[in-house]
Design a protein. Structure first.
Length: 431
């Protein structure tokens, strides 16, 4: 019998394979890299450990905990209470900014507070049509102009009005008026948001998770890149010329990458939907630095347009990732697909980091540059229809999509585990 073929050995693909193998289903996982995990990987250099951008685990579902306990990983994940801040005009204040404006410049704080009060008092019942209107309706002009508009424009490289509302929900909590007033006075001390606490490996980096799942697999084939997918005849071609047939196909690689590998002629509406997909890459400048970290925060957000990065993290503040007396830094900058001199952009980000007082250049010991592509899906007004069309086209031809980039959505690490479990159940139920 032909196996269930899984393209992509990221966390979702690994979990799906583990569940299928456990059920006795013939399965093969094809991963192009030499190590499993996809974006959820770590690398080591001279005693420093770096993740491929920030990966923190927020566990809200009992089935996730039960699965990690079964794998023997749960006890190795240390719980942390989030320490994060927003830096606007050189002034830092705790995250989320909407209930913590007390650390900002007084004029900025006044703008944010008055803007929120005006928005709160406005009884307009009209539903916002885009992210710009939603932010103004929910938070007011001050928070919009000082944080939400510049930060998200920097991250998604799109104007606020270009973005739909499909991605907000739990990721952007709406505060009460009392919370905003307390936050302006420095009186708010409750944790807010889905990431108020998180789990992270005590040592070794986030690779602990994918490696823990991969260690249970006999079907994982590394350094096997799929270059062609034949939907009609149900087989794939690998970079080395090998051909593999499949009974069912589960794709966890990015949706545009999968469509680009289809050998069969595409209907025009499918090709148009593929062209409609938008995303950004993320440049991650990982630094190993001698001496204590310049901040006790886990990460900082930077909405100011003049700074090239949108977030700076200090991962060694929540994990054993650096030699004694040293620390690690993770600098993230958003890039358009296929555009820009990566090394020049990394150098600019490093210079800006030093200018912000967050890097002593003479203490730098290790420097690694990676690019995550794709990194974030751009939730514009064409995304929902395009994804629905592509998903339906693939489903009719025996292809299941699972995971953040395959389903072309925004999700967290817990979702990656649950997506893999769900995909395995669906494939098993389908016979």
């Amino acid at each position: 019998m032909e196996p269930v073929l899984i393209i992509g050995g990221g966390l979702t693909g690994l979990v799906a394979a583990e569940q299928l193998e456990r059920a006795g289903t013939p399965t093969v996982v094809l991963e192009r890299e030499a190590t499993p995990g996809g974006a959820c990987r770590s690398l080591s250099d001279e005693g420093y450990t770096f993740d491929y951008t920030g990966h923190l685990l927020h566990v809200a579902r009992p089935e996730t905990q039960a699965y990690l306990e079964e794998l023997g990983l749960w006890r190795q994940l240390k719980v942390h209470r989030r320490r994060a801040a927003v830096v606007i005009g050189g002034h830092a204040t705790p995250y989320p900014v909407q209930i913590n404006t007390h650390g900002l410049d007084p004029e900025v704080r006044r703008d944010c507070l008055l803007g929120f009060v005006h928005a709160w008092a406005d009884e307009t019942a009209e539903e916002p049509a885009d992210f710009r209107a939603w932010v103004l309706d929910r938070f007011g002009e001050g928070l919009a102009d000082h944080f939400f508009f510049p930060y998200n424009s920097k991250l998604y490289r799109a104007r606020p009005e270009e973005l739909s509302l499909d991605w907000v929900g739990r990721y952007v909590p709406k505060p009460k008026l009392e919370e905003v007033v307390d936050g302006a006075l420095g009186l708010h001390d409750e944790d807010v948001g889905y990431n108020a606490t998180f789990r992270y490996p005590a040592s070794g980096g986030i690779s602990l998770l994918p490696n823990g799942v991969a260690g249970r697999l006999s079907c994982l084939r590394l350094e096997r890149e799929v270059t062609g997918v034949h939907l009609g005849e149900r087989w794939v071609e690998l970079a080395d010329g090998e051909q593999l047939g499949w009974r069912k196909l589960l794709s966890t690689i990015s949706l545009p990458a999968l469509i680009d590998r289809l050998v069969d002629p595409l209907p025009e509406e499918v090709a148009a939907a593929r062209r409609a997909l938008r995303w950004v890459r993320v440049l991650n400048l990982a630094l190993g630095v001698e001496g204590p970290a310049p901040s006790t925060e886990h990460w900082l957000y930077f909405p100011d347009p003049e700074l090239p990065f949108y977030r700076v993290g200090f991962p060694s503040n929540h994990g054993d990732l650096a030699p004694p007396g040293c620390h690690t830094v993770s600098v993230e900058a958003s890039l358009d697909p296929g555009v820009g001199d990566v090394e020049a952009l990394a150098a600019g980000a490093q210079s800006a980091l030093a200018g912000a007082g967050l890097l002593e250049e003479g203490a730098l010991r290790v420097r690694r540059v990676t690019v995550l592509d794709p990194a974030y899906v751009v939730f514009d007004h064409h995304r929902r229809q395009a994804v629905a069309l592509l998903r339906d086209f693939l489903r009719q031809r025996g292809v299941t999509l699972a995971g953040r980039w395959a389903e072309w959505k925004y999700s967290a690490m817990e979702d990656a585990v649950l997506d893999g479990m769900r995909a395995a159940r669906n494939l098993s139920d389908a016979g």
